[in-house]
Design a protein around this ligand. Structure first.
Ligand code: IPE
Ligand code: IPE
Ligand code: MG
Length: 236
């Protein structure tokens, strides 16, 4: 049976394989990240064209700070450059950008670019682009638990008020529906600390394509895979 709602409302992508793609062509890992920005551009267009309402992209995990400092700096610099180069286009396409993750560990420059793209695109109505940047799902859940505990301690809510909904509402993704479809490129089959709570009933897809080669056609193909899935949610 084909999926009744053929187009997922929310697609989330773990963009993986930039380094391996570059190395396989005798290039530096950094060149894979640069080509990866083009894939981001392509997938935004494809998402919008297909009527996807939310596109979450895992751009930098909390664990990625553990990479060599040159690579981390290059990724941060690439982020700032991309914000400057892409903001006008995103506004034109009606794309609203929001960021999920910690914000306290970025340099002032990165933080100001983040704020800039969020405020410049705030009125976008066609697609919400959620950037997971310095994101860790366990850290997100821990922060949510702390905030709920504080609200109980201050008497604002009772222990009985803690429910799935109040937990969801305490996450970075409070106003964002759960992902229907999670794609991880490069053939790795793991979530790497991505949307662990939100993914409870997401369909998953692990194409072997490296992220720098994941363009509009691959995105469309992924949506066909989604459309062929039957979602049962534990029922028959
Ligand atoms: C994904 O590609 C981009 C980030 C994690 C920032 P990788 O950099 O992980 O590339 P591989 O997986 O090493 O090939
Ligand atoms: C996951 O990719 C994080 C992002 C895509 C931003 P990694 O390449 O960092 O994950 P592992 O180390 O293979 O699990
Ligand atoms: Mg990787």
């Amino acid at each position: 049976m084909e999926n009744i709602e053929r187009i997922p409302t929310h697609v989330a992508i773990i963009m993986d394989g930039n380094g391996r793609w570059a190395k396989s062509l005798g290039k530096e890992r950094y060149e894979g990240h640069i080509e990866g920005v083009d894939s981001v551009r392509e997938c935004i267009k494809a998402a919008r064209r297909n009527g996807v309402k939310y596109l979450t992209l895992y751009a930098f995990s909390t664990e990625n700070w553990g990479r060599p400092v040159e690579e981390v700096n290059a990724l941060m610099e690439l982020f700032c450059k991309s914000v400057m180069a892409e903001t006008d286009q995103l506004v034109e396409q009606g794309v609203r950008v929001v960021m999920i993750g910690r914000r306290d560990r970025f340099s002032d420059k990165v933080r100001s670019h983040l704020e800039k793209i969020e405020s410049a695109t705030a009125a976008g109505e066609h697609l919400t682009l959620v950037l997971a940047f310095d994101y860790s799902s366990r850290e997100e859940i821990t922060t949510a638990v702390k905030s709920l505990a504080n609200r109980v301690a201050s008497g604002e809510i009772a222990v009985e008020d803690i429910c799935e909904q109040s937990i969801s509402q305490s996450l970075y993704t409070a106003d964002i529906p759960d992902p229907d479809f999670i794609i991880r490129t490069s053939g790795e089959c793991r979530l790497s600390n991505f949307l662990l709570w939100q993914a409870s009933y997401a369909e998953m897809y692990f194409p072997t394509t490296m992220w720098p080669e994941f363009k509009q056609e691959e995105f469309d193909k992924a949506l066909e895979v989604y459309a062929s899935r039957e979602r049962r949610y534990g029922k028959l």
